[in-house]
Write a protein that binds this ligand. Structure first.
Ligand SMILES: C[S@@+](CC[C@H](N)C(=O)[O-])C[C@H]1O[C@@H](n2cnc3c(N)ncnc32)[C@H](O)[C@@H]1O
Length: 188
């Protein structure tokens, strides 16, 4: 099957708006000397701005061509399913997913694996389009028409899926189209 992101990769960074790096860094608890996993991190569009605020950044993604762009920015990359990450338990102090959860094939499994690689005491941040907003509902319909296999979830549903693993979760809304789900993994 065609990978839409392999096709979009050469133009991706130019097509998208600049990320709100200040907000992402604040919600992630940066600066920090720890390690950050940017899962579904694509071209490193976000990670390239966070590299100076954290010890190490790793981008994981499925699309070879998106990763090729991230590698060109000297960001360490791993080709992997978010549902089956090739990392030991608790390797990352910070886990970030921007605009990617709705693309993951098995969101439940991806959330489980992202929590697995998050260190106790660590923080996970998911930025997603907020399905409570009408323009996002239209975008969800469009992505369905283009057979992108997207499955948008309400921020509250994502928060519940994470809280089921006994993390402390809160939602920050107030973005134009996005919501941010911030989760802390309690220390063992
Ligand atoms: C809309 S892009 C977002 C990229 C990046 N996070 C950003 O904000 O620029 C979604 C990314 O998720 C990746 N992706 C889709 N399904 C995936 C999966 N199951 N595991 C890992 N990455 C996946 C795609 O290849 C794509 O690079």
């Amino acid at each position: 099957m065609i990978d839409h992101f392999d096709v979009l990769a050469p133009w991706y960074d130019r097509l998208l708006r600049q990320p709100d790096v200040g907000r992402l860094a604040r919600l992630l608890g940066l600066p920090s000397p720890g390690r950050l996993l940017d899962a579904g991190g694509g071209t490193g569009r976000v990670s390239e701005h966070l590299q100076g605020s954290v010890g190490t950044v790793v981008v994981s993604d499925l699309s070879q061509r998106m990763l090729k762009r991230a590698r060109a920015k000297h960001i360490p990359c791993v080709r992997a399913h978010a549902e089956k990450l090739p990392f030991e338990n608790g390797q990352f102090e910070h886990v970030l997913v921007v605009d990617a959860l709705h693309h993951f094939c098995d969101q439940q499994q991806a959330i489980e694996d992202l929590i697995r690689v998050l260190k106790p005491g660590g923080r996970m941040l998911i930025e997603e389009f907020d399905l409570n907003k009408l323009p996002v509902q239209l975008l969800a319909m469009l992505e369905k028409m283009f057979l992108m296999g997207s499955r948008f979830l309400h921020p509250e549903t994502i928060a519940d899926m994470i809280a089921a693993h006994r993390l402390t979760v809160r939602i920050e809304s107030g973005g134009r189209f996005a919501a941010w789900i911030v989760a802390e993994k309690t220390r063992a």
